[in-house]
Design a protein around this ligand. Structure first.
Ligand SMILES: Cc1cc2nc3c(=O)[nH]c(=O)nc-3n(C[C@H](O)[C@H](O)[C@H](O)COP(=O)(O)OP(=O)(O)OC[C@H]3O[C@@H](n4cnc5c(N)ncnc54)[C@H](O)[C@@H]3O)c2cc1C
Length: 501
């Protein structure tokens, strides 16, 4: 069986490596992967640059991490024998600041997402006004919006993040933390984000506990109980909330490409059309070549998938077109440590939209991860654009880097005349799919239509999770689908085999 995989991000590479494992398990299956860009990794792109005075920067321009609790990346890292290359964040520096009236205010201890779970830090924090703190406390007594009927789930009671947070915790809780988290982490507008698709557990919490704060308190208790019961084994890897790799996140993409077989991978070649060819598929490339295969997996951004699906199923293409995507840019800037004469023990800064700043967030990469910058340097990453400020991206790369530099000076105190030792701008045009209200219904229908297309698979971050592990797993699942259609089920598809820890 020949499989064509379109797109060489982590989803496409996950698919390719899975085909390879099927071949190694003895099945007659092979693949060709085509990637339009001249590099693999898609939204994962680690730039490794030398400092003129020695040492190097390891800068992730796209995704810099994945959630440790989601197992797909660990599982693949173990299969590849590179699990020991994983690294956690530097917990001793784990502070986050929120911009309030142009100044940095530390996020109060005990905040879980945007909900307070510790009284004293909240009461003493300057982040919220007193009326806002009292309003948050009302979460304990405000009744549920509705009691779900037997068998109903979050998907039956979707609402936007804005609606949920304002209803339970008040407007200031939204403006000061929930909104910048949505914009900074997901590139989403809180006023449009589907809670059922992104954070269904929030709706579950309200049902189960009648309050978000009580729900988070119960979650915290559970986590503490698990930590007590299962203390880390001596010498075991330290687990932090986010993980990456010592050489940056692209490391795992490169290792997957090596293991899958680079001889089957073509970069700088895009697919322009897909059509049925008998029982199989025909894919036309930007070079004018036409490839034929038994199966095709589309692992591109959703808007590109919509274009390619046009020749496959018009209804499917139209549905894919209804999933919007936002654009953003990341500005990576390194300075002499002397140009930032402040405390470096922090990971990030979030900028609420009410602050009207072009920088939606900042990460201090050299404090968040080990060995990302040479001694005596600080490495920052600023986020620009996103759905709340797409116009800013019309500026040139140079102008955006300069904008990020001046914002860093104003917000966090980089010396105004400091010149970067290393600077690079990454643009992510329509790079983040938006899970808006009704997303889950749309994806159910997309999956129903795709299930009816023998030998056709869809993968990527636009459907059942935007995170790196979700995207990786979606590529593997697309392979499982097309293999199952010809009667192949791999042992590794069983739950037992997929267990990591
Ligand atoms: C700035 C930024 C920060 C992020 N931070 C995090 C984070 O910290 N943690 C996290 O978990 N997630 C993060 N994400 C999200 C995560 O990186 C992505 O969801 C994930 O990498 C997407 O992988 P993918 O393979 O689905 O898609 P992509 O990486 O978008 O890959 C799709 C590939 O398809 C190719 N392609 C498109 N059309 C064609 C065609 N016609 N022919 C051939 N190839 C084509 C594209 O060139 C691209 O390489 C971030 C995303 C961005 C943009």
């Amino acid at each position: 069986m020949e499989v064509i995989i379109i797109g060489g991000g982590i989803a496409g590479l996950g698919a390719a490596y899975k085909v390879r494992r099927a071949a190694e398990a003895g099945y007659d299956v092979t693949f060709t992967l085509v990637e339009r860009d001249d590099r693999l990794g898609g939204k994962i792109w680690t730039d490794i640059a030398e400092d003129p005075d020695g040492g190097r920067y390891i800068a992730d321009g796209g995704s810099d991490s994945f959630l440790t609790d989601k197992t797909a990346v660990h599982r693949v890292a173990k299969l590849l024998g590179v699990f020991d290359e994983e690294c956690g964040t530097l917990e001793e520096n784990k502070k986050t600041f929120i911009v309030k009236r142009g100044k940095l205010v530390e996020m109060p201890d005990g905040m879980m997402m945007f909900a307070p779970t510790k009284l004293v830090p909240l009461a003493t924090s300057r982040l919220y006004s007193w009326p806002a703190k009292f309003r948050m406390a009302l979460d304990f007594v405000i009744p549920r919006k509705v009691r779900w009927a037997e068998g109903e789930t979050a998907a039956d009671h979707d609402e936007t993040l804005e609606s949920l947070v304002v209803r339970r915790l008040g407007r200031e809780a939204l403006d000061r933390l929930a909104e910048p988290l949505a914009a900074g982490v997901n590139g989403d507008l809180a006023s449009e984000m589907s809670v059922a698709a992104r954070y269904p557990m929030l709706l579950d919490m309200e049902q189960q506990h009648g309050s978000l704060v009580r729900g988070f308190l119960a979650q915290r208790k559970k986590v503490e109980e698990i930590k007590r019961r299962y203390p880390p084994k001596p010498g075991a890897k330290r687990r932090t909330f986010f993980s990456s790799f010592n050489e940056g996140l692209q490391f795992i993409c490169d290792r997957m490409a090596d293991a899958a077989g680079r001889e089957h991978i073509r970069t700088g070649v895009g697919a322009t059309a897909i059509e049925r060819a008998g029982d199989g598929w025909r894919v036309t490339l930007t070079t004018g070549e036409v490839l034929e295969a038994d199966a095709v997996i589309v692992a591109t951004e959703v808007w590109a998938a919509a274009g390619l699906a046009r020749g496959v199923d018009g209804a499917l293409a139209s549905l894919l077109d209804t999933i919007p995507s936002s654009s953003c840019a990341t500005a990576i800037l390194a300075f002499d440590a002397a140009d930032y004469p402040h405390d470096t023990r922090w990971h990030g800064v979030l900028t609420p939209s009410v602050e009207r700043r072009p920088l939606t967030g900042v990460s201090l990469m050299s404090s968040k991860w080990p060995d990302r910058a040479p001694e005596g340097r600080v490495l920052f990453r600023g986020f620009l654009g996103g759905p709340r400020d797409p116009e800013v991206l019309e500026q040139s790369d140079e102008a955006l880097l300069e904008l990020a530099r001046t914002q860093l000076a104003e917000l966090i105190g980089i010396r105004p005349d400091a010149r970067p030792r290393y600077a690079k701008l990454f643009r992510w045009e329509k790079g983040m799919p938006q899970y808006t209200l009704g997303h889950l219904d749309r994806v159910d229908e997309i999956e129903r239509l795709t299930a009816g297309l023998r030998g056709f698979g869809l993968a990527g971050n636009a459907y059942r999770g935007v995170g790196v592990p979700n995207a990786l797993e979606s590529g593997e699942q697309a392979v499982s689908k097309v293999l199952a259609e010809v009667g192949i089920t791999l042992a590794e598809d069983s739950v037992e085999e997929r267990r990591v820890y």
